[in-house]
Design a protein around this ligand. Structure first.
Ligand code: PMP
Ligand code: GLN
Length: 416
């Protein structure tokens, strides 16, 4: 391998999805829905194929019908008329959108601030660009733990720590809101605090706001877009994903929205990665977004997920896994302090040999092999020096059909 990629090993996904299959365990690990997408989304794809004419490359920065549909859906949420030709780029999922964005912004030796836990996919492109990640950790306010139900809103960034992470080499900060894996939805005040620190300590810093779980917020909690804060549009790239919004993670359609100068640079980079995104999936996502009642659909999506969240919260509480109630996303952090491992439990069943020295990995394997429920160890979302911080947690997803959540319930109650 090249120097820049030599530190890459198999990722957490390569341990736990195969382990779930091997042990026929209920897979609440990797976040992908195991139910069908809505009928109007499937119909959009059927129509695309039937009409025909969408089988060749399309416009590199995004299929025309899709960038136009994205502009009309998103303009009101960004409080501005988004130019579909210059302010939106479509990528192969949010993943390639992030890759193209990070590669287009970061120089060798530049520093990039990540909020820990961070979605693991951010690290690869930073290292490939020769960037240096700096970490600021979200911490659960310990006073909030005593007695009261735990909530993702008690996981906070310390403003002074954030300010201290900036240097004259800081080029980029990546925030993820709603936040995978904690489920935090930043309040407007919290986002403003981040914006203030950026302006004060990193005047030349670009912000990537990964908002792929934008429509999944619960209990009336409102999602605020970083790009809409005063002065932030010019420096913010917002990332979205049709995979999350329409339960079609395998279609791999995502996008970047931001000012023309940065989107232009990202689009230039994107020419050298996939050149263009598959045409039929873009056409179908465009048709889906053109539904007249699309706003109601976004609300229904949140309602569906809030029910699933409550089902899983109930299971985790009954099983003694003291959950952190998420305000958004489709993930829940469960506290495994009540589980005691003996001897080599959790080590001997490893497929990749990774994380043998880490409690959360061993607990996640033990839950798979002994209780038939697969989760993700959150240390995968922390830097090397902070691997022990989340050792008493595992991440569960609830983007599963009700039968699956019911099976997980029966299996996890055996912990009692
Ligand atoms: N960002 C976050 C926070 C995610 O959880 C995911 C899910 N894999 C992605 C980006 C990538 O999304 P996509 O599946 O559209 O590539
Ligand atoms: N975003 C999903 C998760 O966090 C899927 C991750 C992936 O497939 N790499 O589970």
């Amino acid at each position: 391998p090249s120097k820049q990629t030599s530190s890459f090993g198999p990722s957490v996904w390569l341990e736990f999805s195969p382990l779930a299959i091997k042990y026929d365990s209920v897979n609440l690990g990797q976040g992908f829905p195991n139910f069908e997408p809505p009928k109007f989304v499937k119909d959009a794809m059927i129509k695309t194929i039937e009409v025909g004419g969408f089988n060749q490359y399309t416009r590199s920065p995004g299929h025309l019908r899709l960038v136009k549909a994205l502009s009309s859906v998103y303009s009101p949420y960004f409080d501005r008329e988004l130019n579909p030709m210059t302010e939106i780029m479509v990528g192969v999922g949010a993943s390639e959108s992030l890759f193209a964005a990070i590669s287009s912004i970061v120089n060798k030796g530049d520093e990039v601030i990540l909020i820990e836990p961070f979605f693991d996919i951010y690290i690869g492109p930073i290292l490939m660009a020769g960037g240096i990640p700096k970490f600021v950790t979200l911490k659960e306010d310990s006073e909030s733990i005593n007695g009261a139900p735990r909530s993702s809103k008690n996981w906070k960034i310390n403003k002074e720590e954030l300010a201290a992470a900036f240097s004259d080499k800081t080029k980029l900060i990546i925030i993820n809101n709603p936040h995978n894996p904690v489920g935090k939805v930043y309040s407007k005040e919290e986002l403003q605090e981040i914006a203030d620190v950026v302006v004060k300590h990193g005047p030349n810093t670009t912000v990537i706001s990964d908002e792929v779980y934008e429509w999944m917020t619960f209990d009336g909690v409102k999602h605020h877009r970083f790009a809409t804060l005063p002065g932030m549009w010019d420096r913010t790239i917002t990332i979205g994903s049709a995979g999350k919004t329409f339960s079609i993670t395998g279609w791999k359609v995502g996008w970047c929205i931001g000012p023309a100068n940065i989107i232009g640079a990202i689009a230039n980079t994107h020419q050298y990665i996939p050149f263009s995104v598959p045409t039929p999936t873009q056409e179908a996502v465009a048709i889906a977004l053109e539904q007249p009642n699309i706003k109601e659909y976004f609300v229904e999506l949140a309602t569906m997920y809030q029910k699933k969240r409550d089902t899983l919260l109930n299971t985790l509480t009954q099983a003694g896994l003291d959950p952190v109630i998420p305000e958004g996303t489709y993930f829940i952090m469960g506290d495994t302090s009540s589980i005691k491992l003996q001897g080599d439990q959790g080590k001997d069943t490893s497929i990749t040999g990774m994380g043998l020295h880490l409690r959360d990995w061993n607990i996640a394997r033990y839950l798979t092999t002994e209780y038939g429920v697969t989760t993700i160890p959150p240390s995968a979302f922390y830097c090397d020096d902070h691997q022990k911080i989340p050792e008493n947690f595992v991440r569960f997803t609830f983007c599963k059909d009700d039968v699956t959540l019911q099976r997980a319930h029966s299996n996890l109650l055996k912990l009692k």
